[in-house]
Write a protein that binds this ligand. Structure first.
Ligand code: GDP
Length: 177
């Protein structure tokens, strides 16, 4: 099985208002039929999900924007993740423009590591206020060497795929597939 007791730590990163907490909330609602594995701190969610017929235990951390005057939490966040979900809003170009900087910061703090990183364009339901096209999202992901997925936390669209994708990316790198 996987190291670390099989717990996979997934960090949600991104600007304020892009939907990190909404996505964490959806993750928290997964597999509700198994309440015995339910365990949640205020902004940390642990769930077991079945991916490709194999169970995985994910712990999703929505702590990126915690009160943190000295940057200690963010630094820890960058150090301790097994995978990273970098979220921007497709309706907010500023949040998209920050992605590259965030990714460079992550890669700098974990040099020479092939980290599973998923870029998420959230709020895909807000078609009329879209500011970032799917193509732009995709090409930045290619440039930054990460996966790209568009989600709508509001409509619960593509969210399960997102978390399953995280598990697959981790397994790929650990040679488990
Ligand atoms: P955070 O600051 O990144 O944690 O963002 P939140 O999860 O708090 O979301 C910010 C606002 O965007 C809230 O009002 C959410 O209801 C809204 N929101 C989040 N995801 C979506 C989405 O997929 N579609 C729409 N329409 N609104 C969303």
């Amino acid at each position: 099985s996987l190291p670390g007791g099989g717990l996979l730590k997934v960090m949600l990163l991104g600007e304020s208002g892009v939907g990190k907490t909404a996505l964490a909330g959806i993750f928290a609602g997964l597999e509700e039929s198994q309440p015995q594995v339910l365990q949640s701190a205020e902004d940390t969610y642990e769930r077991r999900i079945l991916v490709d017929n194999e169970e995985a235990t994910l712990v999703v951390y929505d702590i990126w924007e915690s009160m943190d005057s000295c940057g200690w939490i963010q630094e820890n966040c960058l150090q301790m993740g097994d995978a990273y979900v970098i979220v921007f809003s497709v309706t907010d170009r500023v949040s998209f423009n920050k992605v590259t900087e965030l990714l460079l910061r992550l890669r700098t703090s974990r040099p020479n590591q092939d980290l599973p990183i998923i870029l998420v364009g959230n709020k895909s339901d807000l078609v009329r206020s879209r500011e970032v096209s799917r193509e732009e999202g995709r090409s930045v992901a290619v440039m930054l060497n990460c996966k790209y997925v568009e989600t709508s936390a509001a409509l619960d669209h593509n969210t399960r795929e997102l978390f399953e994708g995280v598990v697959r990316q981790i397994r790929l790198r650990r040679g488990e597939t």
